[in-house]
Design a protein around this ligand. Structure first.
Ligand SMILES: CC(C)(COP(=O)(O)OP(=O)(O)OC[C@H]1O[C@@H](n2cnc3c(N)ncnc32)[C@H](O)[C@@H]1OP(=O)(O)O)[C@@H](O)C(=O)NCCC(=O)NCCS
Length: 335
């Protein structure tokens, strides 16, 4: 079907800088096999993961977010005082009140810029990028910093081999401003299916089930996941929103230069790519080294691609993610 190509972006937006941070400590599959009934072979063949970075006990997610943000600011040649909007995608805030964004704003020295956390599961970064773009487009912000930072290693049960092997810690960031040229968001599809809310949860620690001795003893502060259900849902959800965003952009999927999918499982990525018929060489994969870093996964992968000098002006990038909620979404950008 012939589609009308969008010459002017839906949202004129330029990514001025990208940044990422991975904690120094690395835990390999072999390390895991020393204290868990698992093997490198099982983890690699089922997930594509070989290693993950872990935040040290004395560090906090905002420190990772600050390091990623500083790298993005430096690349963009901007100072924290230029930032008038900071959106931080994260699943679990650094403390119940205030959110992680407040800590990042203080550490960065943001001045009087607005800041807020965005909670949309592992799709949080894609949601936050679309929100920042919309605010800039509406004239409500000039320079927006979008950060994804996550330390799910603090919430997995290290005795539960079906979840703890999957996650890693890290942060990624982008600095965005209004674009004067062709760069921008060409298509956005953000969706949710709350009937799938049960698939991924941390039940206790919030208002519904405050922390108590009982919740701790019952293990209700750990991340609980229905792996098979998530796997099945993920491929369909990301395919649906990528097609919808491409249709809005007036693009054929073949015109996508780089697909940056949320790095949850290599088999999910492979099934998605097969369904969308996107060639392997256009798909950005780093799950083997970093595992699932949740909200940080897309900006880390984007930063690696940019710093490897692989992204050229005018190229089309599709960022797609799914996660708890279930929230899912795709943003298609022209660089
Ligand atoms: C978690 C996941 C890797 C499990 O893979 P799977 O092929 O569905 O494996 P199953 O859950 O069916 O488990 C198969 C067997 O392996 C075992 N197993 C699970 N984890 C294991 C591990 N780390 N090492 C060794 N064996 C393991 C199970 O106990 C089960 O054993 P059994 O057959 O004796 O009961 C996969 O379902 C997945 O990636 N789901 C999506 C998760 C996700 O995306 N989460 C993040 C959302 S943002």
């Amino acid at each position: 079907m012939a589609r009308k190509k969008r010459d002017q972006p839906l949202i004129p937006l330029k990514i001025m800088g990208t940044g990422a941070y991975l904690p120094e400590r690395v835990l390999t599959n072999h390390d895991l096999a020393k204290f868990l009934d698992t093997s490198d072979e099982w983890i690699r063949t089922r997930t594509g993961i070989r290693a993950r970075h872990l935040l040290s006990p004395e560090d906090v997610p905002s420190q990772m977010g600050v390091k990623a943000a500083e790298a993005a600011l430096a690349q963009a040649n901007r100072s924290p005082k230029d930032v008038d909007l900071l959106l931080v995608a994260t699943n679990v805030p650094e403390e119940p009140i205030p959110g992680t964004a407040a800590h990042i704003a203080r550490e960065l020295g943001l001045g009087k810029g607005a800041f807020a956390d965005v909670t949309a599961g592992c799709a949080g970064f894609v949601y936050a990028l679309a929100m920042a773009g919309a605010m800039i487009h509406a004239g409500l912000a000039k320079t927006a910093l979008v950060v994804g930072t996550e330390a799910l290693s603090r919430f997995v049960n290290w005795q539960d081999r079906s979840t703890c092997v999957l996650f890693g810690d890290g942060a990624g960031a982008v600095l965005t401003e209004k674009s004067r040229g062709q760069a921008g968001i060409l298509g956005v599809a953000l969706r949710g299916d709350a009937t799938k809310l049960e698939l991924l949860r941390i039940e206790a620690g919030g208002v519904r089930l405050p922390a108590s001795c009982e919740t701790v003893q019952a293990g209700k502060h750990f991340l609980r996941m229905e792996g098979k259900g998530l796997f099945r849902a993920a491929v369909g959800m990301m395919a649906e929103v990528t097609r919808a965003a491409a249709a809005q952009a007036g693009l054929n999927l073949a015109e996508i230069d780089w697909l940056i999918p949320h790095q949850a499982n290599l088999r999910i990525i492979e099934a998605l790519v097969k369904r969308l018929r996107i060639p392997e060489e256009k798909v950005v994969v780093n799950i083997d080294r970093v595992a699932n870093t949740s909200t940080a996964s897309i900006p880390i992968a984007l930063d690696e691609l940019v710093r490897a000098g692989k992204v050229e002006e005018g190229q089309i990038l599709a960022l797609t993610a799914f996660g708890a909620g279930a929230c899912y979404g795709t943003v298609i950008l022209r660089w």
